[in-house]
Design a binder for this molecule. Structure first.
Ligand code: G3P
Ligand code: MG
Length: 233
């Protein structure tokens, strides 16, 4: 079975999510890729964290966009880990063989195109364009990325079913559809294939679901347990 394994927020089933520890562990386990989530700080730095507030994953509290990088770095994000900047993360991925799926966390209320522009510039600075996929639930950020950095591959994220997901992704020049795995069936796969769009479902955390996704022809499995998916491979 030929498919790729992407460690969701790093090997987050075993290490604090979105930390360097979780990325190093994913590498050690043999993952082909990792996923992370990015936000802008008050002082315009890009940090790797899922939520807009740090309270769930750290010993602090507050909104990322209202804190400076120096303030954020004071907190413990689990097992003594500090919040990584995207730059620290890219430096690690440039040295490792893994690919990276960067998820731009934005919505209509919180959107600063600087997040897209600075992410693209950092990717170019590290020479990582061929190893990066940019995804987002906020599809305008994918259009903005493609306009500014046409060679960076993008992926349309969606949690609910969308009609003609392949045609839609192709219309945004996205190479991939990143659906919640419950949306994926034969019809979904056939429609994506028709438009040359590959399918990378998330977050596939049981062997049964990994097998089902792979049998349907998915390209890359996004999971908290990369070792589990690699065992199936
Ligand atoms: O990119 C796949 C997945 O990360 C999307 O959902 O909420 O875990 O960022 P979420
Ligand atoms: Mg994510």
């Amino acid at each position: 079975m030929s498919f790729l394994v992407c460690a969701h927020r790093g090997a987050s089933g075993y290490a604090p999510e979105n930390t360097m520890k979780a990325y190093r562990l994913a590498d050690k386990l043999g993952a082909h890729a990792c996923e992370n989530d990015v936000h802008l700080t008050k002082d315009g730095e890009i940090v790797v964290i899922h939520d807009s507030n740090i309270s769930r994953v750290s010993n602090g509290s507050g909104e990322v966009e209202k804190m400076t990088l120096a303030e954020l770095k004071k907190y413990d994000f689990g097992e003594g880990e500090k919040i990584p900047t995207l730059e620290e993360c890219l430096s690690f991925f440039a040295a490792s063989g893994m690919e990276l799926n960067i998820e731009i966390k934005s919505n209509d209320d919180v959107y600063d195109v600087a997040l897209v522009e600075e992410t693209g510039k950092l990717i170019e600075k590290f020479g990582l364009t061929p190893k990066i996929i940019i995804s987002s639930f906020y599809h305008k950020s994918l259009i903005d990325m493609k306009e500014r950095f046409p060679l960076i591959r993008t992926a349309v994220l969606h949690g609910d079913e969308i009609k003609e997901a392949g045609a839609y992704a192709a219309s945004l020049e996205a190479a991939y559809s990143h659906p919640h795995f419950k949306c994926v069936d034969e019809k979904f796969m056939a429609e994506c294939e028709k438009h040359g769009v590959e399918v990378n479902p998330w977050t596939v955390n049981t062997p049964e679901d990994v097998k089902r996704m792979v049998d349907l022809g998915c390209n890359m499995i996004i999971t908290n347990y990369p070792d589990m998916a690699l065992k199936i491979r």
